[in-house]
Ligand binder design. Structure first.
Ligand SMILES: [Zn+2]
Length: 113
């Protein structure tokens, strides 16, 4: 396993642990939660996990995909981050992606695509 994979694993574990901690905090030690209250808590947990893990996966892919414009070979200029709404299995999440712009032909890039 490469260093990058180790780093990604650490970040994914950290995000998952943060989501579990938040769930427990919201549960606040209560044992009398209704089924619908549990569904709400677990639903929030699912959204949080989906959002944060997608963000880490995108960030991980972006680190390795910077370079030159494929069609023209021009230099890509970093233009900051842009939000993208991603529809996953059941839900929609928003992830931030790095945005590059080719100085030569004007094509925009959002690695990993
Ligand atoms: Zn180009």
């Amino acid at each position: 396993m490469s260093t990058t994979c180790d780093d990604l694993e650490k970040r994914l574990r950290k995000r998952a642990q943060e989501a579990v901690a938040k769930l427990l905090e919201q549960k606040a030690g209560r044992r009398d939660l209704s089924m619908s209250a549990m569904e709400d808590l677990v639903g929030d947990f699912e959204s949080e996990i989906r959002q944060s893990l997608m963000q880490e996966m995108v960030a991980d892919a972006q680190v390795t995909q910077q370079g030159l414009c494929e069609p023209c070979g021009g230099k890509l200029r970093y233009k900051g981050k842009k939000s993208k709404h991603v529809v996953t299995g059941r839900d929609e999440v928003v992830v931030e992606r790095d945005y590059y712009h080719c100085e030569q032909c004007g094509i925009g890039y959002f690695p990993p695509g």
